[in-house]
Design a protein around this ligand. Structure first.
Ligand code: IMP
Length: 445
């Protein structure tokens, strides 16, 4: 068998949720980890994974997730944005009530691509409450970035900010509006446009309600077929003892409250924030995992980056790790791992497990640097790619990499238990070291 079954009790997971979040700036591999966890639960443990959900954000997020290595070599990869990646394992997927999406980009690009690759997209749902990204929000975002001048945030230009802004103003459009009473939809659109036009005419923005209505009307039938009351959906899964997996977008330093404004996104990106935005309660959460690239970090967009490398150093990681935004194609800024920020992510998200990813990407560097939780850099011997790529057991990994894991545990203050329970050593689904303590029932504080 590819992976061993853990010996500890796993029944505690039934009827509850596993959350997957990220560390400071996102992009560490939540899609990959979600796909792996769904695969592991379903295929290896034979547990009923009945749902996956995307709690927050929209197609500002992006990832490329690889299928298992096939007998003929290179594996197929799937690009995802708002659809949580459990869908690759045939798990019903929900774009949650606290997320936002652009119907054109979801239906005509993301779902179409998945369907073309043989994924069953009839299992993708959207909440009736989810807010919709409207085309004119993109103009608003462009205007807002322009007004900031040199202090522009460097957003992904997907109009995530204005969509959350209009949700908070109580002037946004939800899925239930699009598929509901046509007269009410017209009234809502008129209010939305009145708002926008009265504030922004000075900047030459003028939006016609009829255009917005026609735009939304073309998606009415498709959205009607996908729309669910997420509370009923969750209730059914809970009552059956099914398990859900939630895949957040972004990372804690981009969180709308905890991140460093203004270089942040507009949703909540920590695991507790994810629970609320999914429409779940803290009692639903059974296990929480944070992903973090092993010994390096990346950031896209503006804002401070304490451990940022020189461009020359960054270039090595960028090339090898394909560190270009999946959504925008922008080169990602690269820096060294920062254990202080990892500790902060653990505090904010209350995770039971860390999944270190991309351990093969940092290979073939002579020396690695880590900013410790005690506030100084420590230098490490690197490891060779040929020694780590595709390792599935801790003792298959080179000693330098094992030492880095051990150091991380100690620096994070885990003297008697382990928290780095998943270690990804390559792009394919099965390139994962799964420690015995993975999914062990967390002790109550
Ligand atoms: P927005 O979410 O498009 O408004 O962008 C706000 C900030 O969050 C910018 O710095 C983006 O680069 C960053 N950001 C948004 N989504 C992601 C993501 O999925 N990964 C990494 N950075 C992101």
């Amino acid at each position: 068998m590819l992976f061993e079954k853990p010996k500890h009790d796993l029944d505690y997971l039934r009827g509850g949720w596993i959350f997957v979040g990220d560390t400071p700036f996102g992009d560490s591999g939540k899609g990959m980890a979600t796909n792996f966890i769904c695969y592991f639960l379903k295929q290896i443990l034979g547990l009923p994974v009945e749902a996956c959900v995307r709690p927050n954000g929209g197609d500002n997020a992006g990832h490329e997730v690889f299928a298992p290595w096939g007998p003929d070599g290179p594996q197929e990869s799937y690009r995802g944005h708002v659809v949580p990646m459990g869908i690759l394992q045939g798990v019903p997927a929900l774009v949650g009530p606290g997320a936002v999406f652009n119907p054109g980009r979801l239906l005509e690009i993301e779902l179409k691509n998945l369907a073309d690759q043989g994924i069953d997209i009839d299992k993708v749902f959207v909440s009736l409450k989810t807010h919709i990204i409207l085309p004119h929000y993109e103009l608003l975002e462009e205007l807002q970035e322009k007004l900031r001048g040199k202090d522009a945030i460097g957003t992904t230009k997907k109009a995530i900010g204005p969509t959350y802004e209009y949700r908070a103003k109580r002037a946004g459009i939800q899925v239930k509006d699009v598929i509901g009473n046509r007269k009410w939809l017209r009234e809502k659109i008129e209010y939305n446009c009145k708002f926008i036009n009265s504030i922004h005419t000075g900047y030459g923005l003028s939006v016609r309600p009829n255009d917005v209505y026609d735009y939304l009307a073309q998606y009415r039938d498709a959205l009607e077929a996908m729309a669910v009351d997420e509370q009923e959906w969750y209730r059914r899964i809970r009552e059956k003892g099914g398990i859900g997996v939630a895949e957040l977008g972004q990372g804690d330093n981009l969180d709308n409250i905890q991140g460093e404004a203004p270089y942040i996104t507009s949703s909540l990106t920590t695991i507790p924030g994810g629970v609320a935005q999914a429409g779940l309660s803290h009692k639903d959460i059974r296990y929480a995992t944070l992903v973090s690239k092993g010994p390096y970090l990346t950031r896209v967009g503006g804002g401070s980056f304490f451990t940022e490398m020189s461009d020359e150093e960054a270039d090595k990681f960028r090339k090898k790790g394909k560190e270009y935004g999946t959504t925008t194609g922008r080169p990602r800024r690269c820096g060294w791992q920062n254990m202080q920020s990892l500790k902060k992510a653990l505090e904010l998200s209350g995770a039971d497990c860390i999944c270190y990813t991309k351990m093969d990407i940092t290979a073939d560097q002579e020396k690695l640097k880590v900013w410790t939780a005690r506030g100084h850099y420590e230098e490490w011997d690197g490891w060779k790619e040929k020694d780590i790529a595709g390792a599935r057991e801790l003792n298959e990994m080179p000693w330098q990499a094992r030492q880095f894991i051990e150091f991380s545990e100690i620096d994070l203050g885990n003297l008697h238990s382990s928290i780095i329970n998943l270690i990804s050593t390559g792009p394919a689904l099965q390139d994962m070291v799964v420690l015995d303590s993975f999914l062990k029932k967390p002790k109550q504080p």
